[in-house]
Design a protein around this ligand. Structure first.
Ligand SMILES: Nc1ncnc2c1ncn2[C@@H]1O[C@H](COP(=O)(O)OP(=O)(O)O)[C@@H](O)[C@H]1O
Ligand SMILES: [Mg+2]
Length: 304
């Protein structure tokens, strides 16, 4: 198995980075089905970490386990240095206010307007006057690029991209430091997805957010993620920069990033054979796909 360090800082980092989420030896299961089998993961402050893995491998389950919505059988999860197992109910609520979540499929309440959806977390956790809540909701709408006229619409009256933005506005309702996004661009067309990526990137930089993003979208991984972690067989099999992931020999990673869809995008990001950080033998020329042969590797900027 490729053993890319998931604890050490990314290559080139000058000093150890602060992990705002630290998961160690996590075991999660449902009945006899063990989904996480001793998983380790770090999410560093200020990064966008892309999280990939096959369908049904447990990406959403991990997200929910970190959020405390799924019971773990063993292991340790610390968020902002706090282990929720050791916190009182009030301390947990305080911790939960420091993150925002965009669940898979948007998950807006269909019977509430956009404004009411955005205000939901404010109602639950803050004593804020109705007038201030209205002002805050409009600010959040503006932040995610939605017009004021969207406030009184119901989710069914919005396009797919607008629903995602409204869900993002709700995730940002309490000014979180940490944002969990579970497949935020699924269901959007490529232009809508690219716009949404751009929005996440802008918000991440301007608000100084740390972002954990489950995604199948290779464009998102290339354009906005600082690092990528890959889940397979209940563990994180590798984590690193896109260049480091592309240099890995793990069969699943090679299939994922160098498959038909991936190789179109990866061409520009390939690195020389002798720079592999995996510490394993780089695959021979015969194992590489046709597009790579004879190419001179050039560093391509990650557009962020
Ligand atoms: N509440 C649950 N009860 C039983 N099994 C579950 C539950 N939630 C998820 N699973 C199972 O856990 C596995 C991982 O699911 P999930 O995290 O949703 O996958 P994905 O990587 O596609 O997000 C799947 O086999 C799924 O059926
Ligand atoms: Mg999922």
């Amino acid at each position: 198995m490729t053993d890319l360090s998931i604890v050490a800082p990314a290559q080139g980092a000058k000093q150890a980075r602060e992990a705002v989420v630290r998961v160690r030896d996590l075991v999660v299961g449902f009945g006899k089905h063990i989904v996480m089998k001793g998983l380790d993961l770090d999410i560093y402050r200020g990064e966008v970490l892309g999280f990939v893995g096959g369908s049904g491998q447990g990406k959403s389950v991990l997200t929910r386990a970190i959020l405390g919505l799924v019971e773990k059988r063993a292991g340790r999860i610390e968020v902002f240095g706090e282990d929720r197992d050791r916190l009182s109910a009030a301390e947990r609520r305080r911790l939960e206010r420091r993150w925002g979540v965009l669940f898979q499929n948007g998950a807006l309440f269909s019977s509430l307007t956009v404004r009411q959806n955005i205000q939901m977390p404010m109602r639950e956790s803050r004593k804020v006057s109705p007038r201030l809540m209205d002002e805050l909701a409009m600010l959040k709408l503006d932040l995610v690029g939605l017009p004021a006229s969207a406030a009184d619409k119901f989710p069914s009256e919005l396009s797919g991209g607008m629903v995602k933005r409204a869900a993002l506005a709700r995730a940002l309702a309490l000014d979180p430091e940490l944002l969990f996004l579970d497949e935020p661009t699924s269901g959007l067309d490529p232009i809508g997805a690219a716009d949404f990526d751009e929005l996440i990137s802008t918000l991440q930089r301007t608000l100084g957010l740390t972002v954990f993003m489950v995604t199948h979208d290779l464009d998102s991984l290339y354009s906005i993620c600082d690092r990528v972690a890959a889940l397979a067989e209940g563990r994180v099999i590798a984590a690193g920069t896109m260049e480091e992931m592309l240099a890995c020999d793990h069969p699943w990673l090679r299939a994922y990033f160098h498959g038909v869809r991936g190789s179109r995008l990866t061409g520009a990001l390939r690195r020389p054979k002798d720079e592999t950080p995996c510490g394993e033998t780089t695959p021979g020329e015969t194992e590489r796909d046709e597009t790579e042969k004879g190419e001179t590797w050039k560093p391509a900027p990650i557009t962020r």
